[in-house]
Design a protein around this ligand. Structure first.
Ligand code: ACK
Length: 280
């Protein structure tokens, strides 16, 4: 692997996680456990341990390391190192103390820590991360699995994009990209026709905005018809479409109220549907 992300010695990982002790488990995810790690008695990090999960999982691991070696942005998770031991793979990330946006919104606290001001800032952080991937990388990079569980929050609730296992660039070599992503977030044109563009991420961003607004999960395991109905639910919220461009501006100033935020969510979804030139 290229870049500045270092290979970390397995013994160091064992020591930093007290031998992967139960008390250090942050999450028991489907792809692997995430552990709290403490290096040199001070620096905190999160270690994802991925047991052998077949070729696809291996490819995703390599893909994640390769992308995170190349991408440095304040709204993208920092990969500090990686380690391979027999069939098990480890990824070491900067610690994100407030966990995922999904657990903040849908966990026991039901979003109570997230004021409207904070939700607004999280939305802008995500947009900045996406803008970097789409506009400042050439060819554009598509995250391909944007969702609330892949948005992590640090101790100050700065939001960063994570999980680059499915990420691709829109270069010529990627004409036939296998359909992947998470139902509920996946753009209808990608799901139905396999048409992948950077707008696929924008669609997912629209769904995350709706989640931030309503505190509700997009229905999981649903087909394209239902995911389209989420869109048709959002659009009637806009009373006057001719005012759309004016809505976006005040967002960036910290003056948003619920009504504005609601409109912005609808704008994001609407733009993907109807404005080919739109960028987040
Ligand atoms: O919401 P959570 O508790 O926070 O559940 C997810 C889970 O692991 C799967 O992604 C947590 N997690 C992942 N990466 C990190 C990280 N860098 N710092 C803290 N927690 C993390 C996340």
């Amino acid at each position: 692997f290229k870049g500045s992300v270092s290979m970390i010695d397995y013994k160091l990982l064992e020591a930093a996680t007290d031998n992967f002790s139960k008390s250090n488990v942050l999450d028991e995810g489907s792809t692997g456990h995430v552990y709290k790690a403490r290096f040199d008695d001070k620096m905190l990090a999160a270690v994802k341990r991925i047991e052998y999960g077949g070729l696809d999982a291996e490819r995703e691991f390599e893909n994640e390391v390769n992308w995170l070696c190349k991408i440095r942005h304040q709204n993208v998770i920092k990969l500090l190192g990686h380690c391979i031991r027999d069939e098990t793979r480890f990824l070491v990330y900067e610690m994100m103390q407030n966990g995922s946006l999904e657990s903040q919104l849908h966990g026991p606290s039901h979003g109570s820590a997230l004021t409207w001001h904070l939700r607004m800032k999280i939305a802008v952080d995500i947009a900045r991360g996406l803008e970097y991937l789409h506009e400042h990388r050439s060819p554009p990079v598509v995250h391909r699995d944007l969702k609330s569980s892949n948005i992590l929050l640090d101790s100050d609730f700065n939001a960063k994009l994570s999980d680059f296992g499915l990420t691709v660039n829109l270069g010529a070599q990627n004409k036939n990209i296998k359909l992947s992503g998470t139902l509920g977030y996946v753009a209808p044109e990608y799901l139905l026709d396999g048409k992948l563009t950077d707008k696929s991420d924008v669609y997912a961003f629209g769904v995350v905005l709706l989640e931030l607004l309503t505190g509700k999960k997009p229905v999981e395991k649903m087909g394209p018809t239902q995911s389209q109905s989420l869109v048709s639910w959002a659009i009637p919220q806009l009373s006057d479409r001719s005012k759309l461009p004016k809505v976006v501006d005040p967002v960036i100033r910290d003056t948003m109220d619920l009504k504005h935020l609601y409109q912005v969510a609808a704008v994001a979804v609407l733009c993907v549907q109807s404005e080919p030139s739109y960028r987040p």
